[in-house]
Design a protein around this ligand. Sequence first.
Ligand code: 9YT
Length: 132
Amino acid sequence: MIVRTLEECENSERRVVSQNWESTRMLLKDDNMGYSFHITTIYEGTETHIWYQNHLESVYCISGEGEVETLADGKIYPIKPGTLYNLNEHDEHLLRATKEMKLACVFNPPLNGKEVHDENGVYPLEAETVEA
Ligand code: 9YT
């Protein structure tokens, strides 16, 4: 059984801070669950280009407000508490937060630990691992 609290994960190397967001990776590849689980904060007023070519992601909005724009078709999906969006087609998108958003995110395959987006909004398949 694996039990962790958000507080203890935030006070460890599991908390990864990027320019537009920060993410606490509560479950990672080395937990052998087949997915990773993160609590992500998207900073207010930001727009982030994301394209997970190597991963599928589900994103559940806990709090805040924003939108996702899928670049292939220009569709805009509002995000509010209770919304779940799923990047089932590796959708290239822009993520905007009009109010700071707290999101619960699941990645398949799981992240290793330290990934941040490269210049194309992509995470590599193999990144530096968080030490336990
Ligand atoms: C929603 C999203 O993908 N935000 C970027 C951060 C990502 N959730 C992560 O690395 O945890």
